[in-house]
Structures are given as C-alpha cells and as structure tokens.
Write a new protein. Structure first.
Lengths: 254, 275
C-alpha cells in the first residue's frame, strides 16, 4: 500500500513540476499552448476551404480534433526524452522510471482538458452548445487516449535509449500519421475513396472520430469507442512489456 | 520520524535475502558486472539497418567490458567503508550495484536496509523551480512520501542555511548553496545505508567541515556508510575500513591505514606518485 502511495506522490510532484514550468515561467504559458493548435486549425481550414475550395470541411470540425491530436503528438514526441533527459537521476537513484512517462503524458492530458473551454468558446461563437453527455463521454475518451498514449510513450522512451535516432523518426512518423487520421477530413470522406479500411488499421482514427462526434453532436459512437479502447489496451500492454523488459538496463545505457 | 519510508526500497528484493541483524548491511557474493560494448548504439537505427549484415555478424562476437570480476566482500552494519582505486577500477559500478540501479551479471548483491545515494551537485534539481519546490521534488525522488518531506521541511531548510533564498529560483543560487540544499535533503532522509560518491569536493571549507561533522554524527548514530573517494585524506579521516579495487578485482580490504598504504605502493609501483 505504501508503495502505491509513494508512486502516486512521485508522479504528483513530477507532474506539478512540469505544469509549473509550463505555465508559471512564461507570462503567456497557457495562451502559447492553446494558440498552437488554434493556429494550426485556422491555417488548415483556410488552405482547404478557401484556397483549395474543398467542401464539407468546416472550421469547428478541424478545431475539435486538432486539440486531442496535439495532445497525442506532443506526448509521443516528448517521450523520446522522458528517460534520456533524466539520465543523471537514472544513473544514481533507483526510483520507478515509469513515473517520468506517466507525469509527462499527464502533463499534456491536463493541458488538453484545460483547453476544452477554448473549444466551447468557439462552439458558442459559431452557434452550437456543449452537451451534458460530455460529463461522461469526455472522461471516457480521455481515459482511452491516456492509455493508448502511455503505452506508446513507454515504448518510444525505452526504444530511444537504444536507438538514439528514433527522435527524428518519430517526427516523420507522427507527421504522416496526422494526415492518415481524420483530423482535417471527415471519416465519411474515406468511403467513396475506398479507404474505409484505414479506419481499422489506424488506432488513432476511431479515437479522433469519437472526439469529433462527441464535441460536434454530443454522441459517442460505441463501436468506434470500443475499437479505440481495444487499441489502447493493446498499446498499454505492449508498452509496459517493452519497458519492463529493458528497465534494468536503463542506468547502463543512458 | 520513525515511520517506515516507502521509497525505492526494492533493494532487498534483488537478492531476496536479509543478511541478518548485526551482520552485514551489504554483501557482495562473487559479483560480476559486464557491460556490452556496443559501438553502434549511438549511431542509431538508421546505421543498423544500413549495416544490417555486418551488425548481425558482429553481434555474436560483440565485446563485453568487465567492470567487476568476481568481487566478494561485506559492509558491516554501522561501519564506514571507503572504496578506493584508480579511475575505471570499478568503484562507481560497485556503488551503482548497491544503489540498485545496476543488476549484477553474475553473483548476488544483498542489501539490508534503505539505501540513500548522495547525489552529485544539483542532480535532480531544476534551475527554474524555487529551493522549496526542489526540496520537495528531490525528497520524493530519493524515497520519501509527500508527508514525510513536509515533516522534515523545516529541519532541511535550517541545515541548508538558505534563509529567504529558499523561496527563490535555484538559478539565483551560488553553487555552494545548491550543494548545501542537496546535502541537507539527503541527510534528512534518515538513511540506513548512505552512499557517497566524491561529493565532498564541492562547497567551501566551512561547508565541507559541516559535511564531515554530519558524517561523524551519522557514524555515531550507527548509519552504515560507503564512501568512494580519490581523497586519501578524507578516506583516512572517516573510514573504519577500506576496500581497494584494481581492474575490477578486490585486491585488498581491511583497516583504512593499511589499505591506503597498499594503494600508495601500487600507484608508485608503475607510475610516479600523484602530487
């Protein structure tokens, strides 16, 4: 029991450290982190809708998926350095290293939740309103995305200790992944192109589609949510396995 | 102050054995530690894929570096053991095995008690956080729960002699102040086995004298200490016994004066004595 309490305290203090560094030390801490996905959503909307004149894509639809995507991408990119960036500690102290990953991913999760009001403001400006069902739907989706991201972050953080160029590869892969995930387009658009199968091989596709339906319609598509949860369970299991298998060598290799 | 400290106390489990009360605090039994010498590790995945064939071929004959080669000794409960030897003789590996960050390749390492490593200057500190915030972070990283750090907070601040600086970011501290805070956190962990790796070289003379006094009081209180140092003066001053490592082997262990003298003979034997 005391081990659990210790783990919780350690994750807590590491998370508070990350959040303090993120929000306290720059005057515009919160604004900077919100402006990033906001600017992305706006630029993509302008290019697709106004320059390329592709119909069926509206600003809100991009906005509500850009925020959860950015959480995922930021965490996976940062996970390259969760262990490597703490090498002096890992070499000397025998604390549970997975706390670094948990705190790092939770940092982005907290920030995502904190930016939901921004999504609400834009919804109200554009004439839609939040739904009461969010109170159940959003925590559920946060939990699914947390599990999936944690699994991947554990795997990436561990692997990067052994292959130091993984960081560059992560940048390329997440960029390709972004365009293969229905952030800029809607899932229905895949059907006429014969690309429906992408929904099933890309773990982020059902999750992002769930976010869109929840934010725009207040409806959680249960089949897609179950698919996303299954991917999350698989990723969490595999990530934990990779981490546990190599944890004992961390101090030697960093 | 008597509550058990949860912390990273997994050390006993490593060997699954308690050497027993009144016996050894730490016991090494035929400990071998080898590291893989992996020349391509830093070159990354791209390099390995491009040189897959030669990589797989070399895999079989990959060289291993032996840092410790069949080392057996005990650290008695309550004693201060100095570990001396040249660079690369295996001192830091020994300490890392005691701290539980390394796993022995062969043999067993048994540790009975809670281990506290004394970190090098500022390790685990963040310059943009205040002394207060760093104190909490460091205390928990080293094995205390939040409540336990809170209970020790005043004593840590008082010992570190930081005054109002405790509320300011660490980047405004002098290196001596950082060292005082780090040392103060560790000495308030109520360690049972204290690992000290050459940290007393930092800080001014007054601080070093304070560290030495604190270590004396630890010894009086029956804390087991393992002290790695190149300073024969410091080792002779605080250690009851010393262990001399050479090329990953234990070549001498016994009363400090004898082992230090042996080290001096060996150093003079094939190289001019250090100034």
């Amino acid at each position: 029991m005391s081990r659990v309490r210790y783990y919780r305290d350690l994750v807590g203090v590491l998370l508070v450290k990350e959040l303090k560094l993120r929000y306290k030390l720059t005057v515009l801490g919160y604004a900077w982190s919100v402006l990033h996905p906001l600017a992305f959503a706006l630029v993509y909307f302008l290019v697709i809708n106004r320059v390329m004149r592709v119909g069926g894509v509206d600003f809100l639809s991009i906005l509500v998926t850009m925020f959860p995507w950015q959480w995922f991408q930021n965490s996976v990119t940062a996970s390259n350095n969760f262990f490597l960036g703490n090498c002096t500690l890992i070499k000397k102290v025998c604390f549970p290293r997975s706390t670094l990953v948990l705190a790092g991913v939770l940092n982005d999760a907290v920030h995502f939740v904190a930016s939901i009001p921004v999504i609400v403001i834009f919804m109200l400006l554009l004439g839609t309103a939040p739904a009461w069902a969010w109170l159940i739907q959003i925590p559920l989706l946060v939990a699914i995305q947390l599990a999936f991201t944690l699994g991947l972050a554990l795997a990436v953080g561990t692997t990067n200790l052994f292959f130091r160029d993984l960081e560059r590869m992560t940048a390329i892969v997440t960029m390709l992944w972004f365009f293969a995930t229905p952030v800029l387009f809607r899932t229905e658009m895949l059907v006429p192109a014969g690309l429906e199968w992408m929904l099933y091989v890309n773990p982020m596709a059902p999750l992002i589609e769930c976010w869109r339906r929840v934010f725009l319609d207040g409806v959680l598509p249960l089949r897609l949510a179950a698919l996303a949860a299954a991917w999350a369970a698989l990723a969490a299991w595999a990530g934990a396995r990779i981490y546990r298998h190599h944890e004992w060598r961390f101090a030697e290799i960093v | 102050m008597s509550e058990p400290i949860a912390g990273p106390a997994v050390h006993g489990e490593r060997a699954g054995a308690d050497p027993g009360r009144g016996g050894a605090a730490v016991r090494f039994d035929g400990v071998v530690k080898t590291y893989r010498v992996d020349d391509t590790a830093a070159l990354g995945l791209k390099y390995r894929l491009l040189h897959l064939r030669s990589h797989l071929r070399d895999r079989r004959s990959r060289r291993a570096f032996t840092a410790l080669d069949g080392v057996s000794f005990e650290v008695r409960r309550g004693e201060c053991l100095g570990v001396i030897g040249r660079n690369g003789s295996g001192k830091s590996t020994t300490l890392g095995l005691m701290a539980g960050v390394y796993r022995p390749t062969a043999g067993t390492v048994s540790v009975a008690g809670r281990v506290s490593p004394l970190l090098e200057l500022g390790a685990g500190f963040h310059p943009d956080l205040t002394g207060e915030e760093n104190l909490l972070l460091n205390g928990i990283l080293l094995g205390l729960t939040r409540d336990q750090v809170a209970a020790r907070r005043d004593a840590i601040v008082a010992f570190a002699e930081l005054g109002e600086f405790i509320g300011r970011p660490l980047r405004t501290y002098s290196s001596g102040m950082v060292a005082r805070l780090g040392f103060s956190v560790v000495v308030h962990l109520d360690p049972e086995i204290l690992l000290i790796d050459e940290v007393l070289a930092v800080g001014d003379e007054a601080f070093q004298a304070k560290c030495m006094r604190k270590m004396e009081s630890f010894r009086a209180a029956g804390t087991t200490m393992v002290f790695v140092s190149h300073s024969m003066t410091a080792v002779s001053a605080i250690c009851d016994r010393a262990a001399l490592l050479e090329g990953g082997r234990l070549v001498a262990i016994g009363p400090t004066a004898e082992v230090v003298a042996e080290y001096g003979r060996r150093v003079r034997g094939d190289a001019p004595p250090p100034p």
